[in-house]
Design a protein around this ligand. Structure first.
Ligand SMILES: Nc1ncnc2c1ncn2[C@@H]1O[C@H](COP(=O)(O)OP(=O)(O)OP(=O)(O)O)[C@@H](O)[C@H]1O
Ligand SMILES: [Mg+2]
Length: 154
């Protein structure tokens, strides 16, 4: 596990960008933390690091559930499952179509995926500390997650 104290949105963006630059193959990331903790901000940086064109404005998928951003060679799928009430609704949003493939899948409010035992390579936890700064912890599971974590310099 690696932990960073982020005092500004820019620092959270920079973390996402640094991680995105190191990603060379598909993987899935769970983003956990309260409302406004910085998950979507992190994804904006991640998109930049992955090489998503700056013509795309990265917005929260609160209502769309899934946003897709092509990058080369990987496509970024940004999900927010806050509004889903059961894993059955995953069918309606086409989750199966992306889950098996080599994409970068980043999921805010991922708890519902436990029901289908969806395997994540990485988990990122966003917490507020006592000064309202963010404490961001990056945890890896599996070989791909470990490799990526080892390349991340904080
Ligand atoms: N250190 C920080 N890291 C990230 N965001 C910060 C930080 N300090 C202030 N902010 C601000 O906090 C807000 C974080 O919002 P963001 O949409 O990223 O949260 P979220 O975790 O995705 O919330 P939600 O669960 O509602 O989707 C932004 O307005 C951002 O500018
Ligand atoms: Mg969000």
């Amino acid at each position: 596990m690696k932990t960073l104290e982020s005092k500004t949105a820019e620092e959270t963006l920079a973390l996402g960008e640094a991680l995105g630059r190191q990603i060379s193959q598909g993987l899935a990331m769970a983003l956990k933390g309260d409302l406004g903790a910085g998950k979507t901000t992190f994804v904006k940086g991640l998109a930049k690091g992955l090489g998503v064109s700056e013509d795309y404005y990265i917005t929260s998928p609160t209502f769309t559930i899934i946003n897709e951003y092509p990058a080369s060679p990987l496509t970024l799928y940004h999900l927010d499952l806050y509004r889903l009430s059961s894993a059955e609704e995953l069918d309606d949003i086409g989750f199966d179509d992306i889950a098996g493939d080599k994409h970068v899948i980043v999921v805010e409010w991922p708890e519902i995926l436990k029901e289908i035992s969806f395997p994540f390579d990485m988990e990122i936890r966003f917490e507020f500390d006592e000064n309202y700064n963010r404490r961001i912890s990056v945890l890896a599971s599996g070989q791909e997650g470990m490799n990526l974590l080892s390349k991340l310099v904080l």
